[in-house]
Design a protein around this ligand. Structure first.
Ligand SMILES: Cc1cc2nc3c(=O)[nH]c(=O)nc-3n(C[C@H](O)[C@H](O)[C@H](O)COP(=O)(O)O)c2cc1C
Length: 418
């Protein structure tokens, strides 16, 4: 099954069922442009045999980033670098799709002290995020247009598709969630209103890229937060997406406050979820019952059996994977040839059931440290691959944490003075 091609509603066929899910690279220049490091990284991944590589967050507005080091595409001034990135990915054998994104309130203070969101609900995490202002109707029109402009430029640069990021607590997901969306206009209140921005963005992007170009959407199966975007609401949004002319729906879950998509062994995983390995599969099963478009589930897939059975049982059409690409970029080829049936990941190779920081704990701050260590550790692996080196599994997670803070800080400062 995993080796079988899949034809998308727009008529485009992808060569097999492996898609690399988005991972923010942090490799852009201080002017937010793509570099040769992107080319090296994506060629390495492409040679591994996945049908599609989805880029990390490519931002639609230079003022608001998920992280300094994001690529920003607002105009054509760095088209040549984008073209080179797409060409190198194609030379390696994969397609390149761009994840286009706006962080909303999940924009670090070092990038903007006053981000923009659905409402002025601040993200209170280690004082790293400023209080956002609520987007005006003019801002909303501008945001919609930006997604379309970015998509059009990326298509021109040779990217093969786009993915609109509406998951993980970023701006479009902030509009969907009643916790962050307190508006009383046509973009807030009822679910229909909260989903209006996402549906407008999709329509405007479709108008900009034409009928044959793949458009994917990444959506939370749930925010996993009391009072947030719920699993039932997700099912309703998927029914609206059926009429929105998209080609692939990636199912994920969680936000910065509830990092569900970043599960690791120090978090309490229900036994049934562990057995299923892919932790959003139960939700995806319900989504599949109503979805007309192909579905991709990302999060936790690690065994060939688990992937094959999810495909066979029609719980998903595509297998999304992220972290394993940092450790063994060649695994899609190896799994297709069945020379590999089980992926190593850090849980099995490095920490053997411990958290990244050290001991496991139910304390929120220890969990936050573990998550930051984990992010830093994977950022380090991405940097290794982007320099043409192998992954470095023995790199200390604690060192990774400090390197991650130091580098993000220095990138943000360089950007300010660029
Ligand atoms: C280092 C790193 C960076 C990530 N960056 C992004 C991102 O830019 N956009 C996104 O939608 N998800 C991002 N994710 C989440 C992944 O796409 C994926 O949902 C998650 O890692 C679960 O899949 P996995 O178990 O196969 O790793 C990131 C994950 C990691 C480890």
């Amino acid at each position: 099954m995993i080796e079988q091609p899949l034809t998308l509603p727009c008529g485009h066929t992808i060569k097999n069922r492996f898609i690399k899910a988005a991972m923010t690279e942090g490799l852009a220049t201080p002017a937010d442009n793509a570099t040769t490091a992107h080319q090296v990284l994506y060629k390495t991944w492409a040679k591994g045999g996945a049908a599609v590589l989805v880029s990390g967050n490519i931002m639609v507005d230079r003022r608001y980033l998920e992280r300094a080091g994001n690529v920003v595409v607002e105009d054509e001034q760095a088209l040549a670098q984008l073209k080179a990135w797409a060409n190198e990915t194609h030379a390696g054998g994969s397609e390149l799709w761009a994840q286009i994104s706006h962080p909303g309130r999940q924009c670090p203070r070092l990038v903007s002290t006053q981000p923009i969101s659905a409402s002025d609900v601040q993200l209170n995490m280690i004082a790293n995020f400023g209080k956002p202002r609520a987007a005006s109707l003019d801002d909303i029109n501008d945001i919609v247009q930006r997604f379309a402009t970015t998509a059009k430029i990326l298509k021109k640069a040779g990217f093969d598709g786009v993915q609109i990021h509406s998951a993980h607590g970023y701006l479009l997901s902030q509009f969907l969630s009643p916790i962050t969306n307190k508006r009383d206009d046509e973009y807030g209140g009822s679910l229909e209103n909260r989903a209006r921005l996402l549906l407008r963005v999709i329509k405007t992007v479709r108008d900009a890229v034409g009928p044959d170009f793949p458009i994917a959407v990444k959506l939370n199966s749930s925010d996993f937060q009391k009072g947030g975007f719920s699993a039932d609401e997700c099912i309703q949004v998927v029914q609206w997406l059926n009429d929105a002319n998209i080609d692939l729906l990636e199912v994920s879950g969680g936000t910065y406050e509830q990092l569900e998509f970043f599960q690791q062994s120090d978090q309490k995983v229900r036994a049934s979820t562990q057995k299923r390995e892919a932790y959003f599969l139960e939700y995806a099963q319900n989504i599949k019952k109503v979805a007309n478009m192909p579905v991709m589930v990302t999060g936790g897939f690690r065994t060939l059996d688990g992937m094959e059975s999810a495909l066979k049982n029609k719980q998903t059409d595509v297998i999304g994977l992220a972290r394993p690409f940092c450790l063994n970029p060649n695994f899609p080829n190896e799994m297709i040839s069945q020379s590999l049936t089980q992926l190593d990941d850090v849980e099995s190779t490095l920490i053997l059931g411990k958290g990244f920081w050290g001991p496991t704990s139910s304390s929120k701050s220890v969990q936050a440290l573990n998550n930051q260590c984990q992010a830093g550790w994977y950022y380090h692996q991405i940097e290794q691959l982007a320099q043409g080196k192998s992954s470095d599994e023995n790199f200390s997670p604690r060192k990774a944490l400090f390197a991650h803070f130091r580098k993000d800080f220095s990138r943000a400062i360089k950007r300010k003075f660029a």
